[in-house]
Design a protein around this ligand. Structure first.
Ligand SMILES: Cc1cc2nc3c(=O)[nH]c(=O)nc-3n(C[C@H](O)[C@H](O)[C@H](O)COP(=O)(O)O)c2cc1C
Length: 258
């Protein structure tokens, strides 16, 4: 066979493809455990960040020890022990007809169509009392579904932290939801007023700090009103009657004891 024969060229190309595909497959299989571990670690870091507990100089495992993952059944509005919180995947559950809850059109302000009946939530305790509760929330922005965590203080209305860990909004526009200054403004905001009405809103402009309503308002995002509106909408869904509200009310009735 001559060096430049078609058969030889094709054989070399085939062997090269085979070797490369074996290498890529081996890397994918070999690294899958590490990828899964990194994903878990990243989620834990986001939970700690939402709770304002994350310190870069300490290991995530050590810090996460103060977090207690639990499952809440939004149908019974109470904790469930039927599912293991450590391995639960609420996105997969939202796609599972046995576990998903279809959101009625007029209630679907977050634009997500359905959600899991069960949600993994995260507690920070002070003995038998609740110090913080961290709740996963998500909803449509302009281009993407935005996934985040919101942490509430023990009054179950005051925000300790709110951050998104996954979205596809435009960097510099909707992507400013990741801006540390924008995130910081959420600390101390209240979701509900004294009478229990949902009051939280994201404005189109900047909050007037002198306004008595400022405690329920967050600044919008210049040039990204649609993303900012999505943030307000998803909070209204998840903090509302079809979301966590019945559970939060029950928790309050029980004196926020765990
Ligand atoms: C390429 C491109 C990307 C954009 N990305 C976003 C975005 O991520 N979020 C958003 O709300 N608006 C985005 N916009 C702007 C929206 O189309 C819309 O003009 C804006 O949300 C209105 O906000 P404003 O009233 O504050 O200007 C984008 C526009 C363009 C042209």
């Amino acid at each position: 066979m001559s060096r430049d024969s078609t058969t030889r060229v094709l054989s070399v190309a085939f062997l090269l493809c085979l070797v490369c595909s074996i290498l890529v497959s081996a890397a994918a299989v070999g690294l899958s455990d590490r990828q899964a571990r990194n994903k878990v670690e990243e989620k834990r870091k986001n939970i700690l960040q939402a709770a304002g507990l994350y310190r870069a100089d300490r290991s995530i495992a050590e810090q996460y020890a103060q977090i207690e993952p639990r499952i809440v059944d939004l149908k019974t509005a109470w904790f469930s022990t039927d599912i293991d919180a450590a391995t639960f995947d609420s996105r997969a559950a939202a796609r599972d007809p046995q576990m998903s809850h279809q959101i009625q059109g007029n209630l679907d302000v977050a634009g997500i169509k359905n959600r899991s009946r069960y949600q993994d939530i995260y507690l920070v305790r002070d003995g038998e009392s609740l110090k913080q509760i961290i709740l996963p929330v998500y909803g449509k922005g302009l281009w993407s579904t935005m996934y985040g965590f919101i942490s509430l203080a023990s009054d179950l209305s005051t925000v300790n932290g709110f951050a998104f860990y996954e979205h596809g909004e435009t960097p510099g526009l909707g992507g400013e939801i990741d801006n540390p200054n924008w995130k910081k403004q959420w600390q101390g905001k209240k979701i509900y007023d004294e009478s229990g009405s949902m009051r939280i809103e994201v404005l189109k402009g900047v909050v007037d700090k002198k306004s008595p309503d400022a405690i329920y308002q967050a600044d919008g995002l210049a040039g990204a009103t649609l993303t900012a509106r999505g943030v307000g909408n998803l909070l209204h869904y998840w903090m509302g009657e079809d979301g966590y509200r019945p559970f939060l009310e029950k928790l309050k009735e029980q004196g926020v004891k765990l």
